[in-house]
Design a binder for this molecule. Structure first.
Ligand code: ZN
Length: 496
């Protein structure tokens, strides 16, 4: 099929340009000397612009049109049909947003981010409020390019998690909030776990070596990846054959590198597990941001904070840090890494209260977009929701409404839901894997992760973007998206 080959070749150029930009981004945040900053930013922008121009070339739209009958003749599950389906969806979205709008948005968001970076340490919400007002206008304008959407946030949500909507997430989150609030009250009425020993001095070289062994054992393939130091941890892919992670360590916080490594390795194993034959196509990456987060959280929390996992790894960790952990029994360590405590800061929250931080942000973001909440009233609304949901009130905006960069460097609508969606889906995937292989928990206690890893490759990783996120979830677990497995997981783990 000549036209199909031509389309694939055009898409491969787009893929290569985007991945080349990723190599520059990786270098920018790991090894680049400060002097490279200005040119590097421009070089990344150049590659991204070229990728966008190649992709939105009318010839691509023409080919997609001409290939409709071919697509209809193919089995739905085939790589070819999925490629045409996904490329068409991406194309139709990309050509709807005028490039003048994109340029204006990028300029505004860059200025907004700079304003936030100054306002946060100064605890000055009023300095960023005008920027946020403008971001809100631009977010509504973005939505106007998708007039068929039911809700003004739907286009942003769909961009991150195709097929998901405000209606669906609201239902899910309100149900989850109802379950979580009493659960958090119950858990925090118990005496708090002692985690002071996690803050003893742990030489970082030994931490790196241990983290490396843990994630290699879980299934992160170092022959197709590497681990570097950075400021804000992330995973980045150049192809399924080269998926890297960048992390940070703190001498006085054992969890920072260890759980950061397991989390990012979860993202990376997903990308490494994409079927090699999808390489070079728009299908060769994770299905959505929520799906991606489900894989990182499955490894970090469901597996990496389980008792079975540490039955295997704790003796090794004690052998690496005998002075620091020799006097700490496994049970105490397990309780410390699972300490539940309402707090002000999302990024350091435990796995239970974490979702309340996300739901607060989601609800406030929706209220802003719907015009129910004015930007000037945001700090007060934020503090009030923290009081209601977590029983804590930020002493200042720095640890309140200014704490995350998201609202100051992105359009509003799709910023936070993926994190909680990830937690919910992680439990559903793990339950399905256990149903298929009831021996998985005992295997984990023996440090055998291959059966779980294989199930994930087979049911999630290898498909890349072939299926929509909810479709993939249902194919893998036999169930639509639901909160029950997650609630069951929390109740079982914390005994409530
Ligand atoms: Zn993540």
């Amino acid at each position: 099929m000549e036209k199909f080959r031509e389309l694939k070749e055009r898409l491969r150029i787009v893929y290569d340009l985007n991945k080349a930009a990723n190599v520059l981004r990786w270098d920018q945040t790991t090894h680049m000397p400060p002097g490279g900053a200005a040119s590097r930013g421009r070089q990344i922008a150049t590659l991204s612009r070229l990728a966008h121009e190649h992709f939105t070339d009318p010839a691509v739209g023409q080919l997609l049109e001409e290939l409709r009958p071919y697509e209809e003749s193919l089995p739905y599950d085939s790589d070819e049909a999925a490629l045409l389906r996904v490329a068409r969806r991406d194309y139709e979205r990309a050509v709807r947003v005028p490039s003048a709008f994109v340029a204006e948005m990028e300029t505004h968001l860059a200025a907004s981010y700079q304003a936030w970076a100054r306002a946060r340490p100064a605890n000055d919400f009023r300095a960023v409020a005008p920027y946020l007002e403008r971001t809100l206008e631009l977010s509504r304008e973005y939505a106007s390019f998708f007039p068929e959407s039911r809700h003004v946030a739907d286009p942003q949500i769909d961009l991150n998690d195709p097929g998901m909507t405000v209606d669906l997430l609201r239902g899910l989150f309100s149900r989850l909030r109802e379950e979580l609030r009493p659960l958090v009250r119950e858990l925090t009425s118990r005496p708090a776990a002692d985690d002071s020993f996690l803050h003893r001095r742990f030489p970082v070289e030994r931490q790196w070596e241990f983290a490396r062994q843990v994630i290699a054992r879980c299934g992160y393939d170092f022959s197709r990846g590497r681990m570097d130091t950075t400021l804000h941890p992330y995973e980045i892919s150049f192809s399924p054959g080269d998926v890297r992670i960048a992390l940070r360590a703190r001498e006085d916080d054992l969890g920072e590198l260890l759980f950061g490594a397991i989390h990012e390795a979860g993202h990376a194993m997903y990308e490494q597990g994409v079927a090699p034959e999808l390489e070079g196509t728009p299908l060769a990456r994770g299905a959505s941001s929520g799906l991606h987060e489900s894989q990182s959280r499955l490894w970090e929390n469901v597996v990496g904070r389980s008792l079975g996992f540490w039955k295997f790894f704790y003796p090794q960790l004690q052998a690496v840090f005998p002075e620091q952990l020799g006097d700490v029994p496994l049970e105490a360590f397990y309780r410390a890494i699972n300490k539940v405590e309402p707090s002000l800061i999302r990024t350091s929250a435990d796995e239970v209260t974490y979702n309340l931080h996300v739901i607060i942000r989601f609800d406030l973001e929706m209220a802003l977009l719907e015009g129910e909440l004015a930007v000037r009233d945001l700090p007060e609304a934020w503090n009030e929701r923290y009081r209601q949901d977590l029983g804590v009130v930020p002493p200042n905006d720095r640890d309140g409404v200014l704490q995350d960069s998201h609202w100051y460097d992105s359009l509003l609508g799709g910023n936070f839901h993926g994190y909680t969606l990830g937690n919910v889906m992680a439990a559903q995937f793990f339950e399905a894997a256990r149903r298929a292989h009831p021996e998985i928990p005992e295997e984990i206690e023996r440090g055998e992760f291959a059966p779980l890893h294989r199930w994930l490759v087979e049911n999630v990783y290898r498909h890349g973007r072939k299926f929509m996120p909810l479709e993939l979830l249902e194919r893998a677990t036999g169930r639509p998206l639901e909160v029950e497995p997650y609630i069951r997981y929390l109740r079982e783990k914390y005994g409530v």
